[in-house]
Design a protein around this ligand. Structure first.
Ligand code: HEC
Length: 155
């Protein structure tokens, strides 16, 4: 006989291991997507918090620097929340394929995000609401909008 029952058992075990490995990978992509969405949600939260403080009497002026510093840190994190294997082939995501197809263009907007949020963190401590508002606008235009236009699926 070509296949002994022992061989068949071994083959089955190998096939099972391969299947488990594959499943783990599929879940890993979903975890990466979950982490990315949570990170972006936090970015959105700080953005709304800052603009609310600027436009209303809510919060305390000193809070702006805390939100801006957190945003600058999150911008750096954003540089590594788009790993291979976290596209719409791997789970529920609004990230477009262009992220992985045009890595140089994507890197440019990520660098703009880091630079603009760093500038925001610098002016945030000044208490100068006009200057902070202007930089918040620049961040929104050159980072959030610039990236979402090309790399986030429109609803
Ligand atoms: C370098 C590209 C990039 C930059 C810069 C960027 N985003 Fe995003 N953002 C994305 C992508 C891609 C998604 C979709 C993520 C997904 O569904 O996996 C997203 C999703 C979001 C979401 C939805 C998160 C959720 O609940 O699923 C919010 C809110 C958000 N971004 C806010 C912002 C704000 C505010 C800024 C600027 C301060 C910003 N983003 C800058 C690429 C970017």
């Amino acid at each position: 006989m070509l296949f002994t029952s022992r061989t068949i058992k071994t083959l089955t075990a190998v096939a099972l291991l391969a299947a488990v490995g594959f499943t783990t990978q599929a879940f890993a992509g979903e975890d990466d997507i979950k982490y990315r969405k949570a990170t972006m949600k936090a970015v959105g939260g700080h953005m709304t918090a800052i603009s609310t403080i600027l436009k209303t009497d809510a919060g305390r002026p000193g809070d702006i620097a805390l939100h801006a510093n957190a945003m600058a840190d999150l911008a750096k994190i954003s540089a590594h929340v788009f790993p291979e294997g976290s596209s719409k082939m791997d789970g529920e995501t609004e990230a477009t394929m262009a992220i992985w197809e045009k890595p140089e263009d994507f890197k440019k907007v990520t660098m703009a995000f880091i630079a603009e949020s760093e500038k925001l963190a610098q002016v945030a401590g000044s208490g100068d609401k006009a200057a902070i508002g202007a930089q918040l606008g620049a961040l929104g235009k050159n980072a959030c909008k610039a990236c979402h236009d090309d790399f986030r699926e429109k609803k």
